[in-house]
Write a protein that binds this ligand. Structure first.
Ligand SMILES: NC(=O)c1ccc[n+]([C@@H]2O[C@H](COP(=O)([O-])OP(=O)(O)OC[C@H]3O[C@@H](n4cnc5c(N)ncnc54)[C@H](OP(=O)(O)O)[C@@H]3O)[C@@H](O)[C@H]2O)c1
Length: 262
C-alpha cells in the first residue's frame, strides 16, 4: 500500500513514550518528517535519535507541556518555520487520574479538560492555517475507548473525552472544503506505561493483584489480549495517509473488539 506519506511533515504530541512514540516510529517508517514534543527532554531526545538513525527522516523535537498554550503555539510555529509545511497533526498527552467520582476535585476536572480537550483544540487552531495554505491536512486526535464505553474509575476521562468527539466532528465539517480531514482514534487497553498506572490503581482500589486487574480487562476483549502500541499507530498511519482520503469526522476504535455496541 502506498501511503503517500514520504516527505510529509507530521507533528506527534506526547511522543516520548507509549502510543505517541509508536506513532512517531510508524510515520517515520513511511518516510514522514517529524516534530515531536512531550515534557521529558531526555526521553524525547532518545526517541528522536533512534528515529533519525533508523529511518533517515528529519526530526525536530522540543520539550512542551500542553497546559502552556503559548508554548504549544511557539512549537507549532517553529515546526512550520523549520519544515515550511505541516501536513499531519496527531494530538495526544497523558490520561487523567483514575479515581471514584466523589474523590475528584475541581482542579482535577480543570486539568483533565486542559490535558485531553483544550490542548487538542489548541493544536488544531495552530496547525489549520498551515494546512489551509496547501489545501491538504490530517488531524488525528488520540482519545480513548471511554468515548464509546465509559470505564469504571475513569470518570474524568469518560466525561472530558466525549468533548473530543464534538471537536472532531465540528472541525471535520468546518474545514472539509480545505481538504483537511479530522478523525479521532480511540484506543482500548493497550500495553503502555499508562496501563501499568491504571492496573496499579485498579489493584489498590479493589484488593486484587495487578495481574488480576489486567486479566479482568483481557476477559472483556474478544481478541483475548491487550493491544500493542504499534497497532494503534498503524490506524493513525492509515488515517494520515492518502489511502484514507474520504474519511473524516469519524471515531475509529482500536480496542480488539472490546466495545460491543453497534
Ligand atoms: N494505553 C492505553 O491502554 C490507553 C487506553 C485508552 C486511552 N489512552 C490514552 O491515550 C493517551 C496516550 O496513552 P499512553 O498509554 O501512550 O500514555 P503514556 O504512556 O502515559 O504516555 C503519555 C505521553 O504524553 C506525554 N505527556 C503527558 N502529559 C503531558 C503534558 N502535560 N504535556 C505534554 N506531553 C505530555 C508523556 O510524556 P512526558 O511525561 O514526557 O510529558 C508521554 O509521552 C493518553 O491520553 C491515555 O489516557 C491510553
Amino acid at each position: 500500500m502506498n501511503t503517500g506519506l514520504r516527505d510529509r511533515v507530521a507533528i506527534v504530541a506526547g511522543s516520548s513514550q507509549g502510543l505517541g512514540r509508536a506513532t512517531a516510529f510508524a510515520l517515520a517508517a513511511e518516510g514522514a518528517h517529524l516534530a515531536l514534543c512531550a515534557r521529558n527532554r531526555e526521553a524525547l531526545e532518545q526517541v528522536a535519535g533512534e528515529i533519525r538513525e533508523r529511518f533517515g527522516v528529519r526530526v525536530h523535537h522540543a520539550p512542551l507541556d500542553v497546559h502552556d498554550t503559548a508554548a504549544l503555539e511557539a512549537f507549532v510555529e517553529n515546526t512550520g518555520r523549520i519544515f515550511d509545511r505541516i501536513d499531519i497533526c496527531v494530538t495526544n498527552a497523558g490520561g487523567p487520574p483514575a479515581k471514584p467520582f466523589l474523590a475528584t476535585t475541581d482542579q482535577e476536572w480543570d486539568d483533565a479538560f486542559v490535558l485531553n480537550l483544550r490542548s487538542a483544540a489548541a493544536f488544531a487552531r495552530a496547525v489549520i492555517p498551515y494546512m489551509q495554505r496547501r489545501q491538504w491536512g490530517r488531524i488525528i486526535m488520540i482519545s480513548s475507548i471511554t468515548v464509546r464505553q465509559p470505564q469504571p474509575q475513569l470518570v474524568l476521562s469518560n466525561a472530558v473525552r466525549a468533548g473530543v468527539m464534538g471537536l472532531v466532528r465540528s472541525l471535520a465539517t468546518e474545514f472539509g472544503r480545505d481538504g483537511i480531514l479530522v478523525n479521532n482514534v480511540a484506543p482500548g487497553y493497550t500495553a503502555t506505561d499508562r496501563l501499568i498506572e491504571l492496573a496499579a490503581h485498579g489493584a489498590a482500589a479493589s484488593g486484587r493483584t495487578e495481574q488480576q486487574v489486567e486479566q479482568g480487562w483481557i476477559e472483556q476483549i474478544p481478541l483475548g489480549r491487550l493491544g500493542r502500541p504499534e497497532e494503534l499507530a498503524d490506524a493513525i498511519v492509515w488515517l494520515g495517509s492518502e489511502r484514507a482520503s474520504f474519511v473524516t469526522g469519524q471515531t475509529i476504535l482500536v480496542d480488539g473488539g472490546m466495545y460491543k455496541g453497534l
